[in-house]
Design a protein around this ligand. Structure first.
Ligand code: ZN
Length: 326
C-alpha cells in the first residue's frame, strides 16, 4: 500500500481523523521506506554512471567509503566531512540529485586532497579556500552535464539552467563551443561562480560566521595557516588526470574574487577584534590587506582599512546596531 487513496479504499474506512486533506496520512505515506531510498539511490547512480565523470565519481566514493543518505534537507544536499557522508534531499528531482551527487562528491574529494575551511586558516585563506571549493564543485557539475549532453541527454544542463547557477553552465558551454577545450570550459565555469553575487555573498556569510568560532578559541591556533592561492589551486582545481585547469590561479587574488559587503565586513571586524584582544596581538599576518569590502555606495576598500575604523557608512552603522543577528 503506497498511497492515501489505496489505504482509504482498502476496507470499510470512510473517515480517518487526520484532517480533511488527509494531512497526517499524506505525511505518513510520503515518508521514504528503506526500499524506496535504495531504489532512488540506484536510479541516481544509474544516471550518473552514464558519463565518464560520473563513473569516476562513483568509483571515488566507493573507494573513499563515503556514505550517501536521503534526508529532508534545505537545498539539494550537502557533504558532512566529519561523517564522510553525502546527504541528498529526497524531495529534489533525479536530475538535480545527480548534479548534487557530482558536486558533493567533489567536496569529498577536495576534503581528501587538502584541509578545507579549517579554523586554523587566516581569514584571507579561509575565504579564498571556501570560494574556491564551491566554484570548483560547480564546475565539476558542468563537466558531467556536458558529457551527458554529448550523449544526447540535455536534461542535466536544462536542470542547471533552471537554477541560480545557470550562468556557470552557460559559461562552460560557450567556451566549449568556441575552443572545444574541456579544461578551458571548466576554467570559464569555475571563474563564473565568482560573478554570482547572491551565491558568493551567501557563502561569504557562512565563512565570516566561522571566524567567530576561531575567535572564540575553538581551535588551538586560530588564523595562523596561510596558503597561497596557487598552492590551493594546484591541489583542488584539477581534472580527472590531476592536471590543473586554471591557466592563471593568481586571478583568484584579485579584489573582485574576495569581496565582502558592508555587513560581512562589520561582522568580520567584530570577530577579529575579539581574537586580537583575547590573544593580545596585532593585525599582522592575517592577510587583511588582501580581503576587500564593496561598500553600499560602490566604493571598494581593503578590509585592513575597514579594521582601522575609518569607514562608517549608514549600512555599517545599521549592521552594528543589529548586533549578532548576522
Ligand atoms: Zn558546495
Amino acid at each position: 500500500m503506497s498511497s492515501v487513496k489505496d489505504f482509504m479504499n482498502a476496507g470499510e474506512i470512510k473517515k480517518f481523523s487526520c484532517g480533511k486533506n488527509f494531512g497526517f496520512l499524506n505525511r505518513l505515506f510520503s515518508r521514504m521506506s528503506d526500499a524506496d531510498k535504495a531504489e532512488k539511490l540506484r536510479k541516481i547512480k544509474d544516471l550518473v554512471s552514464q558519463s565518464e565523470t560520473g563513473r569516476e565519481t562513483l568509483a571515488f566514493l566507493e573507494k573513499n567509503e563515503t556514505k550517501i543518505v536521503f534526508e529532508k534537507s534545505k537545498g539539494y544536499g550537502f557533504y558532512a566531512p566529519e561523517k564522510n557522508t553525502i546527504v541528498l534531499n529526497r524531495k529534489a528531482s533525479d536530475q538535480d540529485l545527480a548534479l548534487t551527487l557530482i558536486h558533493e562528491a567533489r567536496h569529498a574529494k577536495q576534503d581528501k586532497t587538502m584541509d578545507n575551511i579549517s579554523l586554523e586558516m587566516t581569514p584571507e585563506t579561509l575565504l579564498k579556500n571556501g570560494f574556491m571549493i564551491e566554484a570548483d564543485a560547480c564546475a565539476a557539475e558542468c563537466v558531467f552535464a556536458h558529457e551527458m549532453m554529448e550523449k544526447g541527454n540535455r536534461s542535466f544542463f536544462d536542470a542547471q539552467q533552471k537554477s541560480i547557477y545557470a550562468p556557470i553552465g552557460a559559461a562552460f558551454e560557450k567556451e566549449m563551443a568556441e575552443s572545444g577545450n574541456a579544461n578551458k570550459a571548466r576554467e570559464a565555469a569555475m571563474l563564473k561562480w565568482y560573478d554570482l553575487d547572491v551565491v558568493r555573498e551567501s557563502y561569504g556569510d557562512q565563512y565570516v560566521a566561522l571566524t567567530k568560532f576561531a575567535a572564540e578559541k575553538w581551535v588551538e591556533d586560530p588564523f595562523t595557516k596561510s596558503v597561497p592561492v596557487k598552492e590551493m589551486a594546484d591541489k583542488l582545481c584539477v581534472d580527472a588526470q590531476g592536471k590543473g585547469y586554471l591557466s592563471d590561479p593568481s586571478v583568484l587574488d584579485r579584489p573582485e574574487k574576495i569581496m565582502l559587503d558592508d555587513c560581512q565586513s562589520v561582522e568580520l571586524k567584530r570577530n577579529i577584534y575579539g581574537f586580537c584582544q583575547a590573544k593580545k596581538r596585532g593585525l599582522d599576518g592575517l592577510g587583511l590587506d588582501k580581503i576587500f569590502t564593496r561598500h553600499y555606495d560602490g566604493k571598494v576598500t581593503t578590509f585592513l582599512f575597514d579594521m582601522n575604523g575609518e569607514t562608517r557608512s549608514p549600512v555599517m552603522t545599521a549592521c552594528l546596531k543589529r548586533g549578532a543577528e548576522r
